[in-house]
Design a protein around this ligand. Sequence first.
Ligand SMILES: [Zn+2]
Ligand SMILES: [Zn+2]
Length: 346
Amino acid sequence: MQRARFFLLCLISGFLPLAPALCAAKALEIFFIDVEGGQSTLIVDPKGESLLIDTGWPDSNHRDADRIMAAARAANIDHLDYLIVTHYHSDHVGGVEQLASRIQIGTFADHGPNREPTRETSANYATYLEVVGQSHHVSLKPGDTLPFQGMRVEVLTAAGAEITAPLPGAGQPNPLCPTLPSAPADPTENSQSVGVLITYGRFRFIDLGDLTTRGELGLACPRNRIGRVDLYLTTHHGTAHPGTGDSSNARELVDALHPRVAIMNNGAIKGGQPTAWQIVHDSPGLEDFWQLHYAVLSDPEHNVAEQFIANMDMNDDGHPIEVLAEPDATFTVINSRNNFQKTYRK
Ligand SMILES: [Zn+2]
Ligand SMILES: [Zn+2]
């Protein structure tokens, strides 16, 4: 199945004269696993090294652990080299105990201690520390890189801080913030999110967890410290409450990132809010917008066409969206529900 997918990518990418194995060696694979409005994103580089970002929810039926394991099998991996926990909310770290009982995790990476003293989040953090136990563990800081050989994983945000210097080639003034805009403080764990930029050749993918606007503006204003990306995972599941501390997907950042494609990790009734959807949809470089779910609480004008949506109702089978990326920044997005796919050429 996986070999067939790679071969298809080779075909549509113009590598037909090359052997499928050679083509397979050229692709970075990303699974946007459906965890019903949480996050779990599996990245496997061409050397077979693996990174999982978040574990989805706790669930009595091991729903999200099962879905992550299905993606791991599809990617032909039997362990995770790294798990990044972006923050300690239930939809991100809740599934860690069930997942760790199913697959070996090499290194646990996070932003450090929990900063949100609510009962639920404190309990999540305690459980997480038990799961980490004596395993290898690192607390990340902006500017850190993880030691992968087949891709570059760079930390942009962690524990409420952002990178202070622009990445190479970035640093252009942002026309949307001639004066430094401000945003209310966010006392929740969202503001602490680990955000990463994953680079494979010229392909750039950004995942900022549930980072909220004060942190987003720290990356984008007054200068764009990141530059442009090819693929943007909508932050905070496509949530926006402009003017509040709980908002994400600030236009100042989204437009500066200038993504070619965005994928929204919303659930049927979580995230996918019209305000965020519109900001991402209107981003000046956007070629297509994909969604993990049809957003039931929104309206047809703020959902994309059905072929770009992986799950159409609340009784779905948890279909992921897959991405195969090549070093020249050509990439293919695959809807696993209907096998609709589209290649974005550089
Ligand atoms: Zn979340
Ligand atoms: Zn959160």
